[in-house]
Ligand binder design. Structure first.
Ligand code: ATP
Length: 302
């Protein structure tokens, strides 16, 4: 579907005012039109003078379909048409997950556990077990892939090449995952914090042992650094979601009883998590028509 300009939604003037960077996260039930609305909103921002970036982590590549352009590849692609620069980015959440798995495996996986067992460091091995690292590595918690993807975008934006964007629109995962993403930084912060502490303990113990036996090698800070960076990035994602000055979460819904009930629950949960939410997009409302067919009349009544 190609994106066409639509009439200004309520409050749009406020959304375009100011040149400071603003993030808009669009979320809601699956299939209500999050990607279509994210694409439309991004076009509107660009047509109102804002260099804009629209990001999707949807593996179905709906953003490519919306713009009728191939956006796969994980890099920023210029979208042709709008008045100001508009770039789109489709991230592959699977890749983000793999990155996390490789970072944690090097640092806390079974290699270290076997090594510790071999050294007779049973207590530390037990602590590793308590962290349920195996589970975390094999099946990362839902929302992790998206959180990593969002943090990747923030990294992109730190570079001089991409710091021109004043509006960033995110097409987030369907409701359940969005909420899990919100509690995720706390969860990860805790578990990565524990992994790093444990790693430090292991490093100091093994270096003491090695120095006794005269075989202290050079330390390998790469994996720990990688984890520490990941933790910092997750904290930034958490802060971004709660930053009332630069971020707004917009709920996308459709006019059906089920969708509205789910949107109310989403709104309540977001407010409980201190995520700024004040706008709602009601998508797929049938416009009035002179030649009203029975189906449309029924739908409109609903
Ligand atoms: N206002 C609209 N008018 C016509 N078609 C629409 C409208 N909004 C969405 N659609 C169509 O509905 C389908 C689902 O839309 P979209 O992919 O944007 O939803 P989504 O909420 O992002 O889905 P998912 O949860 O699967 O990511 C698409 O085929 C899209 O073209």
């Amino acid at each position: 579907m190609a994106v066409r300009a639509v009439a200004s939604p309520a409050g749009f003037d406020e959304m375009v005012s100011g040149t400071e960077r603003k993030y808009y996260m669009l979320g809601g039930k699956g299939g209500v039109g999050k990607t279509s609305c994210a694409a439309s909103l991004a076009v509107k921002f660009a047509n109102n003078g804002h260099p804009t970036l629209v990001v999707s982590t949807d593996p179905a590549h709906s953003l490519s379909d919306s713009f009728a352009q191939d956006l796969a590849g994980g890099t920023l692609v210029p979208v042709e048409g709008p008045y100001s620069p508009l770039f789109a980015l489709e991230l592959n959440p699977e890749k983000a997950k793999e990155e996390f798995q490789s970072a944690t495996q090097i640092s806390g996986g079974s290699g270290i556990k076997d090594f510790m067992d071999g050294m007779g460091l049973g207590v530390l091995a037990e602590q590793l077990g308590e962290l349920k690292l195996g589970e975390l590595l094999d099946t990362p918690p839902p929302g992790l892939d998206e959180a990593i993807a969002i943090s990747k975008v923030m990294q992109f934006l730190e570079s001089q090449e991409y710091n021109m964007f004043t509006r960033i629109v995110f097409d987030t995962a369907p409701t359940g995952h969005t909420l899990r993403l919100l509690s995720l930084p706390d969860f990860l912060d805790k578990s990565i914090g524990k992994i790093l502490k444990l790693r430090q303990k292991i490093a100091s113990t093994t270096s003491a042992i090695k120095s006794v036996f005269g075989q202290e090698g050079s330390p390998k800070p790469d994996a720990a650094d990688k984890l520490e960076r990941l933790r910092e990035r997750m904290i930034k994602v958490r802060e971004l979601f709660r930053d009332t000055t630069s971020t707004e979460f917009i709920i996308v819904t459709i006019p059906t009883v089920m969708a509205i009930s789910e949107s109310s629950r989403l709104c309540a949960s977001l407010k409980m998590e201190d995520v700024p939410v004040k706008r709602l997009i009601a998508n797929q409302i049938l416009p009035p028509s002179a030649s009203d067919c029975k189906f449309c009349a029924m739908k409109r009544k609903v």
